[in-house]
Design a protein around this ligand. Structure first.
Ligand code: G6P
Length: 610
């Protein structure tokens, strides 16, 4: 969702805040703003509609130099993207605030504050918080107490950073349901929604806990927990090189991230498998004990991570013989569920901050699942901190809003997990060795698919002027088709729907004509013959087919049937390999259409609000 960044330093913070915003832009990019305190009696503020670049232009024309400041990049929730709705919001001309999250009771507070004479200039929930803090401040408090009292009245999820021109040496921040990290410097300190924002200035971070409120000065950080107790939060170092947040030679982050997959899949398997076995201990010291007693797996996730869960279900039931359910978090959290005894609750999330996934986890804990396992890419994220067992994917920072390397590393981690679980459920050493060997081949096989990039780019031209498309797969390739369709719609804005190929004749066949390209993934498994019949059904209706097929599957190119041969891969690891050509296809269609590939319209990378 929105991104916030703040700094207090001996040097001018304007450049630090702008760079932080650029790095947070993946979280929201409909407007951006900055507020700085620089010795004048009032806060200096700039806000612009559009991307951070628009704010940078405004600031270069009218600099906001100062030693204390906060900044924000927005993904609108309350009120349209506009200058008046852009953050920072103010109460009077001395107090400024940036906010990420949603205040659920803002209407009621707004009415109350209006009745007391406060005037509102925006439609946002954030301005309510600004006035609430402003009111407390006027009542004789200092900024810290004013914030503390105000948050006692707020319902919802939020991370806030607040400054006041009367107190030019610190900012007050708090976290309740939305991410916030403190960047620790020397003679300067920072805050942000994500560590990435601060990598140019520090690699040392403190993760605030839910309910924490912190007073950040250039040489001191004081944190109090929800109960008002002074607390220490440990400092950890950022694990990936600072360069990983740069685009390098690539035209887009998405392309860079697609090409990083051989490396990050390898990093995700490293230390977790030998040549022939999964090292269960590497999944956590308690993994063996925990997995021994699992009788059911409940997977929860959103978006691309949900598709990873869908693939994992095939693996878990096939290899471990353990029943597995998969559900999107926003559905799961709002319905009654029947909990099977000894259920492992498995959350998959790139960011570890997706509001619906976290809410589902918290509910599950109360409902009494056996244990919670997280597959996650961001160390120190809420999901990681709140789960019993964690398998970190090693994708490194993923900036492109459309997820690519996070997905294939999630699948790699999920397959390793499945093998560990399967070992407790009768998987023999020979079969385990067969699959582990196939996992070792993945980086090379993904590289082979990347070598097809030029041909896929050529193929993408056929999609440019189309408005609809269909993606087909069978078995564990059905979720791969879903992921392929999601990629295409996210970044090229072409309507794309995925169907299990066997369902074609139950409805979607009616849509097939020459204007509806049909993409199919066809590895060589025991469903391939059935899949070929499905392809014939499409061809007979004049549909144009684009098939990614194993050589051995023997799908021959013909009029209206374009075949791209994918190197032969193991049936179990095939979903990982077959995802990659679909990523490249979407990427090239989007580039041809000229869309904003890394920051597609209306979407955000990390959805920390409901
Ligand atoms: C957003 C992103 C998707 C992502 C989903 C779940 O919608 O745009 O790429 O798959 O959130 O995010 P998570 O961080 O929980 O995997």
């Amino acid at each position: 969702m929105c991104g916030i960044v703040g700094a207090v330093s001996e040097r001018d913070v304007q450049g630090i805040l702008l760079e932080g915003l650029r790095r947070l832009e993946y979280r929201g990019y409909d407007s951006a703003g900055m507020a700085v305190i620089n010795g004048k009696p009032e806060v200096q503020r700039a806000r612009e509609v559009g991307k951070v670049a628009a704010l940078a232009d405004a600031i270069s024309a009218n600099p906001l130099a100062g030693h204390l400041g906060i900044a924000h990049t927005r993904w609108a929730t309350h009120g349209e993207p506009s200058q008046v709705n852009a953050h920072p919001h103010m109460s009077g001309d001395r107090l400024a605030i940036v906010h990420n999250g949603i205040i659920e009771n803002y209407q009621e507070l707004r009415e109350e504050l209006k009745a007391e004479g406060f005037e509102f200039t925006s439609q946002t929930d954030t301005e309510v918080v600004a006035h609430l803090i402003g009111k407390n401040y006027k009542a004789g408090g200092n900024l810290y107490n004013a914030v503390k009292t105000a948050i006692g009245r707020l319902r919802g999820a939020f991370a806030l950073a607040v400054v006041h021109a009367n107190e030019p040496d610190h900012l007050v921040v708090c976290r309740e349901g939305s991410p916030l990290v403190v960047g620790v410097g020397i003679g300067e300190n920072f805050i942000a929604s994500d560590q990435l924002a601060l990598l140019p200035v520090t690699d040392r971070f403190m993760f605030l806990e839910e309910g924490d409120i912190a007073d950040i000065r250039k040489d001191k950080i004081e944190i109090h927990d929800r109960e008002g107790q002074a607390v220490e939060r440990s400092i950890s170092r950022f694990e990936h090189g600072a360069d990983s947040a740069d685009k390098g030679e690539y035209r887009h982050y998405m392309l860079k991230e697609i090409y990083e997959q051989p490396k990050v899949i390898k990093a995700t398997m490293e230390g977790r498998i030998t040549a022939t076995r999964v090292l269960e201990q590497a999944l956590g010291t308690d993994a063996e004990n925990l997995l021994e007693n699992v009788r059911h797996v409940q997977i929860i996730a959103c978006g691309t991570s949900y598709h990873a869960g869908m693939v994992a279900r095939y693996w878990i039931e096939d290899l471990a013989g353990v029943p597995c359910s998969v559900e999107v978090a926003s559905e799961f959290r709002y319905r009654k569920h029947v909990i099977q005894p000894d259920t492992l609750f498995l959350c998959i999330s790139q960011s570890g901050e997706t509001a619906d996934t976290l809410a589902a986890l918290r509910q599950a804990k109360k409902a009494g699942f056996r244990a919670a396992l997280a597959i996650c890419n961001v160390p120190g994220s809420s999901l990681v901190r709140e789960s019993d067992l964690v398998i970190m994917t090693q994708a490194g920072p993923e900036i492109g809003v459309a997820s690519t390397k996070a997905f294939t590393t999630q699948l790699t981690a999920l397959l390793i997990f499945t093998l560990a679980l399967a070992r407790h459920n009768g998987l023999n050493a020979e079969r385990e060795a067969d699959i582990v060997k196939a996992i070792h081949l993945l980086p090379g096989q993904v590289n082979d698919v990347l070598a097809l990039d030029g041909e896929i780019e050529e193929m993408s031209k056929a999609f440019m002027d189309k408005n609809h498309s269909l993606f087909l797969g069978r078995g564990s390739q059905y979720p791969v088709a879903m992921e392929g369709a999601l990629k295409l719609k996210e970044i090229s804005y072409i309507h794309a729907e995925a169907y299990p190929a066997g369902e074609l004749k139950h409805g979607p066949l009616a849509l097939v004509d020459s204007e509806m390209p049909v993409v199919t993934v066809a590895p060589n498994n025991d469903l391939v013959e059935k899949l070929k019949s499905n392809l014939e059904e499409v061809r007979a209706r004049g549909g144009e087919l684009f098939v990614f097929a194993d050589k051995a599957a023997d799908v021959k190119p013909e009029e209206g049937l374009h075949v791209m041969q994918i190197p032969s891969v193991h049936e179990i690891t095939a979903p990982i390999v077959y995802t990659v050509p679909l990523q490249l296809l979407s990427y090239h269609v989007a580039v041809l259409k000229g869309t904003d590939v890394d920051q597609p319209r209306n979407l955000a990378k990390s959805v920390t609000v409901e």
